[in-house]
Design a protein around this ligand. Structure first.
Ligand SMILES: Cc1ncc(C[n+]2csc(CCOP(=O)(O)OP(=O)(O)O)c2C)c(N)n1
Ligand SMILES: [Mg+2]
Length: 437
């Protein structure tokens, strides 16, 4: 047989054989977790340059960690956004509502009312505090873990649940995976499961805004795993070349389903450090510190608004629960990780800050949590009247083929007919308009 060429060549001289490094997470199921290798600088110790500074001045902030809330729950240092107590309480409430919503809709999936759900537990500050720092008119290109943005913008919970249940009131007509919302009037771009598309789309939107002489900026969110996609780099290039008014967020929650952040490059450099290579401002922020997230986002938004350029923000956080309802993290990571995470829980930290200010109490928190759970429950009960998974109260089947083309092309017409024929065979009792399925 001819040599396939797959055999390795004999060593030359005394050169060592070449090797690859395959990253391996520090902890697997059953391991004792020790996070002492993670460098957590003291809160308040990070300098805050002017928003219009040259991007190179942010270089130290790409490896540091912007933190505001200290060990005693006080807000300290130059990044303290000095928000009034009322705003802090509203922000706490929005984060708690996001968690209450996640908890109940997760259970709905387990009860078979929807096929799929994704929580953002432990990451609420990254979306909620970010939304608070933006202008309501700014455009957000979210990934699937930014339900906090939608909730912060007062999108009706009922509409969210209708979408999750793909019922007859679902504005997206059951065409999107549950949780992949779309809310144009709320500046919330359609969620796409195609990872990292949010970055070039946000940069393109921001460029268009500038071309039109508008004043609105764009912002995008992707996970650290998604930052390994080519789209990340294309977006960074366009953003820097044209000085696009955009805030690019990488939510580094340490995991991309069962792949740890090392597979996206975290063993070599921080995600914020990538900004430097493109000449973009970069900030690395404690993603579980709502005040730090607010301050960093505000800085970046003001910078974009002043035509001083784009910013890449890395939110250093932890995905406290599974990737989605289809995941079981106990199969690949230690359950201790969540409790040992050195940056704590974002809701508890903001709550303790308000208590330290004398503006809140544990009792008030308990009462609020109860009230929010009731609010979410009421929304789910109302949505259930419009139908849940498998109860047939969804949009008529034929609508699946509508709205895309002005005139249905022949091949889709054929597919529609075939699909309807197959349904009749499978469910003889099915009537297109009665919708028994
Ligand atoms: C282009 C593309 N590749 C792969 C997937 C499958 N996928 C869905 S979520 C996910 C992990 C993403 O992790 P990360 O970006 O860190 O975001 P997180 O889920 O942690 O918020 C993968 C690989 C996809 N949806 N799109
Ligand atoms: Mg991730």
């Amino acid at each position: 047989m001819a040599d396939s060429g797959s055999k390795s060549a004999p060593p030359r001289g005394n050169l060592p054989p070449l090797q690859l490094h395959v990253p391996e997470p520090r902890f697997r199921p059953g391991d004792t977790v020790d996070y002492s290798h993670i460098d957590i600088p003291p809160a308040g110790a990070q300098p805050r340059p002017d928003e219009t500074c040259p991007a190179s001045e942010t270089k130290p902030l790409c490896v540091d960690l912007i933190r505001v809330l200290d060990e005693d729950h006080r807000a300290v240092g130059p990044w303290d956004p000095k928000l009034d107590a009322e705003t802090l309480r509203r922000m706490l409430r929005t984060m708690a509502l996001t968690r209450a919503f996640d908890d109940r809709l997760y259970r709905s999936q387990r009860q078979g009312k929807t096929s799929f759900y994704m929580k953002c537990t432990g990451e609420e500050a990254t979306s909620v505090a970010s939304a608070y720092a933006l202008d309501r008119q700014d455009m957000v290109f979210p990934s699937y873990r930014q339900q906090g943005v939608l909730i912060a913008r007062d999108y009706p919970l009922l509409e969210m649940v209708n979408q999750i249940y793909s019922n007859r009131a679902d504005k997206l007509k059951g065409r999107q995976l549950p949780i992949m919302y779309s809310a144009r009037d709320y500046g919330f771009f359609t969620i796409s499961g195609n990872l990292a598309t949010q970055f070039p789309q946000a940069v393109g939107w921001a460029m268009a805004s500038a071309i039109k002489g508008d004043t609105r900026i764009a912002t995008a969110f992707i996970g650290e795993g998604s930052s390994a996609e080519g789209d990340f780099h294309a977006a960074m290039t366009f953003a820097t070349v044209y000085n696009a008014p955009v805030v690019l967020n990488v939510v580094n929650n340490q995991w991309a389903i069962s792949s740890f952040s090392g597979f996206a490059g975290a063993e070599r450099a921080t995600f914020a450090a990538r900004a430097e290579g493109y000449g973009i401002a970069g900030l690395r922020v404690d993603g579980n510190d709502a005040l730090a997230v607010y301050a960093a986002t505000r800085w970046a938004a003001d910078r974009a608004r002043a035509n001083a350029g784009p910013t890449l923000i890395e939110h250093f956080t932890y995905r406290a629960e599974g990737h989605s309802t289809s995941d079981d993290p106990s199969a690949y990571r230690s359950v201790q990780e969540r409790q040992e995470w050195p940056l704590g829980d974002p809701i508890a930290r903001l709550m303790h800050h308000l208590i330290a200010l004398g503006e809140w109490s544990e009792d008030q928190q308990t009462a609020m949590d109860r009230e929010l759970a009731e609010q979410v429950k009421a929304a789910t009960k109302e949505a259930e009247k419009n139908g849940i998974l498998g109860h047939g109260l969804h949009h008529p089947f034929h609508t699946m083929f509508e709205d895309v083309f002005e005139e249905l092309p022949w091949h889709l017409e054929e597919q529609a007919e075939q699909a309807i024929r197959e349904r009749r065979t499978k469910w003889p009792e099915w009537k297109e308009d009665g919708e028994t399925r």
